[in-house]
Design a protein around this ligand. Structure first.
Ligand code: FRU
Length: 326
């Protein structure tokens, strides 16, 4: 590695339109800004697998020191990650995985556990019988597969839970509005909906609301973002019965990258904690996360104050050099 150039990290982000991804990027940038010798290049693949492949190829061609990627879908990205590894560049997968073990480290929550947590809420509220619908994330992306797997591991064991079917979404609410409406009209009353993220969960609530049945359906989402549009607020507002916290892992991904480059012992899978957020703990979660946000904002302003000082110092010392003639 050329020490003079510092460390170059190339990150291919699946897309950046939603707040969850934006908060991941912010956390990465904040962590990276603490180290003057790091350059973090964030590329937005914008849901386009071909584009993500091109971005990764470019990182390989540029011989970046480390690649971070959140693969839109597992299968098409698997060979490119292998290519990077074969060319000697370590690869950190964040949030979404590829299809095999040929990566350096995975950072993210256990999505099977996320699905199981959602199912446990349902089975712990079981009466004589329950009817359930699932709204899935994008087909071929690892969290959609694993959340569904974990969910079914639990609910399929209960004979008195009737699974009414699954809807193939793509993580965005527009993808499920029509199909969820149709399914509801076809199946009749259901008790629970497990949507693989809060954006689709909110879409499901809106459909139920339009049909005037929002009070009869309990909707569970995933992500639990803080902020006015986040899942925690949806729980507080009573739109969601619960959301499963899914941390972005942005900060940990950069820390992991640095650990690898410093030859530290880094575990192959860094599993972040997930937990159920419901009306009993939504308030507490929000307060805690607000506090963390305040600290982050403070840190950000300190980092930029230091950068301003540095610039001032360099420009003053340049003037001095000119005046003193060296
Ligand atoms: C954000 C997102 C989240 C979801 C995650 C799964 O783009 O759709 O809502 O939990 O990706 O990878």
């Amino acid at each position: 590695r050329n020490e003079k150039d510092g460390i170059r990290i190339g990150f291919s982000q699946a897309m950046v339109d939603d707040e969850w991804r934006q908060s991941m990027n912010n956390a990465m940038q904040l962590r990276a800004s603490l180290y003057p010798n790091i350059t973090l290049d964030i590329s937005n693949a914008n849901y386009d697998v071909q584009r993500q492949i091109t971005q990764l190829r470019k990182f390989i061609a540029d011989s970046v020191d480390i690649i971070i990627v959140s693969p839109i879908q597992s299968k098409p990205i698997t060979p490119i990650v292998e290519e990077a590894m074969n060319s000697g560049i370590p690869v950190v997968l964040v949030d979404r995985k590829t299809d095999n073990e040929k990566y350096t480290v995975y950072v993210g929550a256990d999505n099977i556990e996320v699905g199981r947590n959602a199912a446990k809420i349902i089975v712990s509220n079981i009466r004589d019988s329950l009817r359930v619908i699932e709204i899935k994330g994008l087909k071929g992306s690892s969290p959609a597969k694993e959340r569904s797997l974990g969910f079914h591991q639990v609910i399929d064991k209960f004979g008195n839970i009737e699974f009414c079917g699954a809807i193939e979404g793509d993580w965005e609410k527009e993808s499920v509005t029509e199909s969820f409406r149709e399914m509801l009209l076809r199946t009749g009353p259901v008790d629970y909906v497990f949507a693989h993220n809060d954006r689709m969960a909110k879409g499901a609530w809106e459909v139920a609301r339009n049909l005037g049945i929002e009070n009869n359906i309990k909707i569970i989402g995933v992500d639990g973002l803080n902020g006015p549009n986040g899942g925690i607020q949806l729980v507080k507002d009573g739109m969601l019965a619960a959301t499963i916290l899914y941390p972005t892992g942005g900060d940990e991904a950069i820390k992991t990258a640095l650990g690898l480059l410093n030859n530290e012992d880094v575990p192959k899978n860094i599993i972040l904690n997930t937990t159920v957020i419901d009306r009993f703990n939504a308030e507490i979660m929000q307060n805690q996360l607000n506090k963390i946000n305040e600290h982050q904002t403070l840190l950000e302003s300190q980092v930029s104050a230091i950068k301003r000082q540095e610039q001032l110092y360099y420009s003053q010392s340049n003037i001095l050099k000119i005046i003193l003639g060296f």
